[in-house]
Design a protein around this ligand. Structure first.
Ligand code: AMP
Length: 306
């Protein structure tokens, strides 16, 4: 997994978080490690990212050999503001800091993975990570965001062409393709390279596209919803963690994985930052998945048409 290890600060209708642990690689790896696969992180931090924070990863069995510390620099910092409708957020500050000087090094132990998740990072850095792999993974997943569409579009298009699955939210899919319909946007993205596209729609769920097929996964209906930060990365990490249980990754396995990723992400948003994810027990996820199946099961065809 690759992405940012960062400090975040967010304001949501529930209040202000203060400075807290964040970053795409944080949510990705915390989420994936719940499922037990060997999880390694490629990222960069500055002097301000203390050992007590790195220990949070080590305690989860996450391998940090691919994390560099750049002396004299600060870690990536992101500040966001969420509106009443928390599907909408504004980025107030993005300080790239150490990431600007980051030359990723993929450790020898990580060069033959089954699955790679390139979390939100500069697309040129994402590409340099792929360049260092010794064998093509079964599945390469790419996550990105509007920031990189605005600042590094050429590099972003080049890396999109090299991956199997692009994951992005509805608004980003529209921005990337210039298409309003998300179905047309997904088709457009599949022409850019990926065989699969996942479009996330916040509390309205997500869609998985592959050739002419589409699958829709609802989001778990939540009563407590405090901070959406990291929902997308938790989704991707849970998706990858769940997939690691399968031998091969086809459309049916990917359907299971987006349901699992979505249910896991529903915990992250219940509290600020990583707090809920850090304290989550696997039994709680299993119970939520059970409830999810119960509330989405509706065998209408059998009753109405037979
Ligand atoms: P999300 O899952 O989309 O809510 O991701 C939120 C996380 O992404 C935060 O913890 C941020 O630190 C991180 N982040 C925000 N902007 C960027 C960016 N441009 N590149 C990489 N990571 C980012």
């Amino acid at each position: 997994m690759a992405g940012t290890l960062a400090f975040d600060e967010v304001t949501t209708p529930y209040g202000h978080s203060g400075r807290m642990l964040g970053g795409s690689a944080t949510y990705l790896s915390f989420a994936a490690s719940l499922f037990g696969p060997k999880t390694g992180v490629v990222s960069v931090v500055g002097d301000d990212f203390g050992d007590e924070l790195l220990d949070k990863f080590r305690r989860r069995g996450i391998d940090l050999q691919g994390v560099q510390r750049l002396a004299g620099h600060k870690s990536f910092y992101w500040k966001g503001y969420y509106y009443e409708n928390m599907n909408r957020r504004d980025t107030l500050v993005t300080e790239v800091n150490a990431l600007e000087h980051f030359d990723p090094r993929v450790p020898a132990d990580f060069r033959r993975p089954d699955l790679v998740v390139l979390g939100n990072l500069h697309p040129a850095v994402q590409a340099r990570i792929l360049d260092q792999l010794d064998a093509r993974p079964q599945l390469i997943v790419l996550d990105t965001m509007n920031f990189w569409m605005d600042t590094a579009r050429k590099e972003l298009d080049a890396v999109i062409a090299r991956v199997d699955l692009l994951m992005l939210n509805e608004e980003e899919a529209r921005q990337l393709t210039g298409e309003f319909s998300i179905i047309t946007a997904a088709k457009h993205i599949m022409q850019m390279g990926p065989d699969y596209v996942v479009i996330k729609r916040g509390e309205y769920g997500s869609l998985l596209f592959h050739a002419d097929a589409v699958f829709m996964a609802p989001a778990y209906p939540l009563e407590v919803f405090r901070d959406p930060t990291g929902a997308g990365d938790t989704f991707a990490g849970g998706f990858a963690g769940h997939l690691s249980r399968y031998e091969s990754f086809g459309f049916n396995e990917l359907k299971d994985a987006i349901i699992c990723g979505a249910n896991l992400a529903s915990f992250t948003v219940e509290d600020f930052g990583t707090r809920r994810l850090e304290n989550l027990h696997r039994d709680e996820l299993r119970e939520r998945m059970r409830k999810f199946v119960e509330i989405t099961h509706y065998p209408m065809l059998e009753r109405v048409y037979e």
